[in-house]
Design a protein around this ligand. Structure first.
Ligand code: ZN
Length: 264
C-alpha cells in the first residue's frame, strides 16, 4: 500500500509529475482573511498548495479569501459543504442556525467569478499519490471523521497510502491497523511532525485555518513534504479581534465572532 495506484494521482502530472515537493496544506479557511494571511506569512517554503474545502461560510471575507487562495502556486482545491451551501447546492435545513444564516449571508455577497470557481470544484480528488476529501473518503461532503471505528470503512474507500481530510477543524491522524480493526487515532500538538515513510496508511487532518475547534485559537495548517515523507502540523496566532469586529459589523451571528477567541 506504500505505492499509490495511478488512479489516485490524476493531478500529479498537472503539477510537477512525480517531482518531490512541499505542499502547504490548508483547510476550512472559512472567509477568515486575518487567519489566512497569518498562515501564509508563517509558512516555510513550499512549491504547491492543497486546499481541502470550506473556503467560505462563517467568516466576513469570502471573496477575498477565495481570490487569495486562488493566487497561490500549483493549487489543488476542493469544495466543502459550506461552499456548496453558499452556492445553493445544499439544503440549509441540514445546517444549524448559525451556519445557515452565515451561508445565506455569504450567498448574497459572492462575486459571480468566485461563485463559478467554487462551482467548478469537486469534494474529493487524487493528488500526487494522496487521496483528498473535504469531509471523509466515503462521504466527502458530510461525514465528521472523529472516532477510531470510522477508520476501516474509510480506508477501504481509497487505495493510496495517504489521505487528507478537513471538515472537523481538529488536527487528527487516523492510522490504519490490521484488517478491519478500529484505527489508531492520534491528536497531534503544535510542531508535531509525523513520518509518512513507514508503510502505515494514514488519513491526516491539518486542522482549520479560519475557525479552529480544538480549544486553541491559533490558525492550524500543515506542510506535507513528499521527499522527506513527512507531515508537519503547525499553528500560528493571528489577530482574531479584527475578524471578530468584522463579523459583528457585518451582521453575522455574534457567536461566530466569540468562538474565535476560544478556538471552539
Ligand atoms: Zn468547515
Amino acid at each position: 500500500m506504500v505505492v499509490p495506484p495511478k488512479s489516485a494521482r490524476p493531478r500529479a502530472s498537472m503539477i510537477a509529475g512525480t517531482s518531490p515537493m512541499r505542499y502547504l496544506v490548508l483547510s476550512d479557511v472559512h472567509a477568515n482573511l486575518e487567519a489566512l494571511e497569518a498562515v501564509l506569512a508563517d509558512a516555510p517554503a513550499y512549491e504547491a498548495v492543497l486546499s481541502l474545502g470550506d473556503l467560505v461560510g462563517y467568516g466576513p471575507n469570502p471573496n477575498e479569501c477565495v481570490e487569495r487562495v486562488r493566487s497561490l502556486p500549483n493549487l489543488t482545491s476542493l469544495v466543502g459543504n459550506h461552499d456548496l451551501a453558499a452556492l445553493g447546492e445544499l439544503d440549509l435545513a441540514a445546517f444549524n442556525a448559525y451556519a445557515s444564516s452565515s451561508a445565506e449571508w455569504t450567498a448574497r455577497r459572492l462575486d459571480s467569478e468566485v461563485r463559478s470557481y467554487l462551482g467548478s470544484l469537486a469534494p474529493s480528488l487524487g493528488c500526487d499519490g494522496a487521496f483528498l476529501a473535504h469531509a471523509s473518503p466515503r462521504d466527502p461532503v458530510w461525514e465528521y471523521l472523529e472516532t477510531p471505528d470510522q477508520g476501516p470503512a474509510n480506508f477501504h474507500r481509497f487505495e493510496s497510502a495517504l489521505g487528507f481530510v478537513g471538515h472537523t477543524h481538529v488536527p487528527r491522524v487516523f492510522q490504519e491497523t490490521s484488517s478491519d480493526e478500529p484505527s489508531h487515532v492520534v491528536m497531534p500538538g503544535k510542531d508535531d511532525e509525523i513520518d509518512l515513510g513507514d508503510g502505515v496508511r494514514r488519513i491526516v487532518n491539518p486542522g482549520g485555518v479560519g475557525q479552529p475547534r480544538n480549544g486553541d485559537p491559533r490558525a492550524a495548517y500543515g506542510i506535507w513534504d513528499t521527499e522527506a515523507r513527512t507531515f508537519a502540523f503547525r499553528r500560528v496566532p493571528y489577530s482574531f479581534e479584527i475578524t471578530q469586529t468584522k463579523i459583528r459589523s457585518a451582521g453575522l451571528p455574534h457567536v461566530l465572532a466569540e468562538r474565535l477567541a476560544h478556538g471552539l
